[in-house]
Design a binder for this molecule. Structure first.
Ligand code: BES
Ligand code: ZN
Ligand code: ZN
Length: 479
């Protein structure tokens, strides 16, 4: 969308969105209306609650529609209601087929509102046969903001989230390890990041045997993607993000039943979050923090040479794993990538993965399971999550469950029993980490939505892009 700073008096006609609180004063005097919009709205039951809208047609200048959009209470605003209001405004504009809208200011929340507009305007139509009359979204926004308001941050942030959504929404016959790597390469090229892609030959040679095991049954060979952001000045923090990039998860020989296999192109949601964060960080260029973006990518398919139960492989980190279930493939590719990440000198390591159905059973579809060995890292991630409207809930790394992934035939097996499935998956990853600051985010629930979401349409959500970016920005602001 194109943005322009305007004054209300300059607009002759507009579809104007005005934000309305449910508590405290809403002063509409600067709209210069010849009727009392507050009383009229109140009479018709509009209270300014989140999700509420009130539409009037104004006859005096600016003519056109004025739409009051509820942002709720101060406490709702603290929890990100302005972002949701931005999405709602765009949804209304789309219903009206408006290509240009005007929006009023909301002191301190301008950033969130623009983020919401951009997220709400997202649609994925790559595979739809073009209809000449189809409405292609809002194009122009007149901002009734102070001309000094910075508007690049929310545009970059939402652009990165929408990029992550695109990656998830691409059909798995188009998005596979090689094409995911090509997309990462583009991000690196435009964002001036270092980029190293390991193809199947190098993976084999260097001993990434777990990535190879998961990917070898597919016609699409695996890749390991590594982008690096280096700030211009001194480096005070080195961070690694690792994202699961299973471009389709059939389950392998432990094949998923049909209903569970549907939508398993979302199994690269962790990699989408990591590459989305790479795109935003490359554009924002924060000081002091070096960031490594690492994505192991494979397709979990079935073939005569696919890996199978009872196979034993030595991972890149030097330990052996006996396969007990080929559907627990995410932790395998992550194990190799975590070992590789630690060779890059990272002090803080965060992995993101659509790892377990058990995390969705425990927390529901909207909440990320956060596992970590470091309280300070948990606090920072939750702070970044709160600022991003993303819900991260800490889960335990219950020590007693660790023995459940022991096997007499190798250093570990890749699944535990049914109970505590999200925890044993996290404990499996922990066995490959030697750092004091590690976190694992199980995003199996929130990475993908099967129905429209408060922030976007059905499909990939771009969940955790914003949290990762704000986490880095938090570190950057420290000395
Ligand atoms: N990709 C799935 C997890 C998943 C489930 C992601 C639902 C998104 C939505 C993962 O690879 C998987 O299949 N996990 C198994 C683990 C089991 C075999 C121990 C699961 O959760 O059932
Ligand atoms: Zn699986
Ligand atoms: Zn999976």
């Amino acid at each position: 969308m194109q943005y322009k700073f305007s004054q209300l008096s300059e607009l002759d006609s507009a579809i104007l969105f005005v934000w309305a609180r449910s508590e405290g004063e809403n002063d509409y005097s600067n709209l210069n209306l010849d009727f009392d919009i507050a009383t009229l709205a109140a009479e018709e039951g509009f209270k300014g609650k989140i999700g509420q809208e009130y539409v009037v047609r104004a006859l005096s200048k600016p003519t056109g529609k004025i739409i009051l959009v509820g942002v709720g209470t101060d406490s709702d605003l603290k929890k990100g209601s302005a972002r949701k209001a931005g999405v709602l405004a765009i949804r209304s504009a789309k219903k009206l087929r408006a290509t240009t809208i005007a929006i009023s200011t909301l002191d301190g929340f301008e950033d969130e509102i623009i983020e919401g507009l951009e997220l709400g305007n997202y649609h994925f139509d790559k595979y739809l046969t073009k209809d000449e009359d189809a409405f292609d979204g809002v194009k122009n926004v007149e901002l009734l903001f102070a001309k000094t308001t910075a508007i690049d941050h929310p545009q970059i942030m939402a652009g990165a989230i929408n990029y992550a959504r695109d990656l998830v929404n691409l059909a798995p016959n188009d998005l596979y390890p090689e094409s995911l790597a090509a997309s990462a390469q583009e991000v690196a090229k435009f964002g001036n990041l270092e980029c190293k892609i390991f193809d199947e030959k190098e993976l084999e040679e260097k001993g990434f045997n777990l990535i190879m095991a998961v990917g070898k049954g597919s016609i699409h060979q695996p890749r390991l993607i590594h982008l690096t952001y280096k700030p211009q000045g001194p480096v005070t923090h080195v961070v690694g993000f690792v994202g699961k990039g299973v471009t389709f998860d059939t389950g392998g020989y432990n094949i998923k039943p049909g209903a569970s296999m549907m939508n398993m192109h979302c199994d690269m949601g962790g990699s989408a979050a990591v590459l989305g964060a790479a795109k935003a960080i490359a554009e924002l260029r924060p000081d002091n923090v070096e960031v490594h973006f690492i994505v192991p990518s494979a397709e979990n398919a079935i073939a005569n040479n696919a890996f199978k139960p009872n196979d034993i492989f030595r991972g890149y980190g030097g330990k052996t794993v006996e396969i007990h279930n080929t559907d627990a493939e995410g932790r395998l590719i992550l194990a190799d990538a975590l070992a590789y990440a630690q060779e890059q000198g990272v002090e803080t390591l965060i992995d993101l993965a659509t790892l377990t159905g058990a995390a969705v059973v425990a927390l529901g579809e909207y909440t990320t399971g956060l596992f970590s060995n470091d309280d300070d890292l948990v606090a920072r991630l939750q702070y970044a999550g709160d600022a991003s409207g993303e819900d991260l809930w800490r889960m335990p790394l219950t020590e007693r469950l660790d023995e459940l992934i022991d096997t007499p035939f190798a250093d570990m097996k890749n699944v535990g029993p049914r109970w505590g499935g999200a925890i044993t998956a996290a404990l499996f990853l922990k066995r490959w980490v030697n750092l004091d600051a590690w976190a694992h985010l199980d995003i199996a629930g929130p990475a993908f939505t099967e129905s429209e979401d408060p922030l976007g349409p059905k499909g990939g959500t771009g969940h955790c892009v914003a949290t990762l970016v704000r986490f880095v920005e938090g570190l950057s602001k420290e000395d």
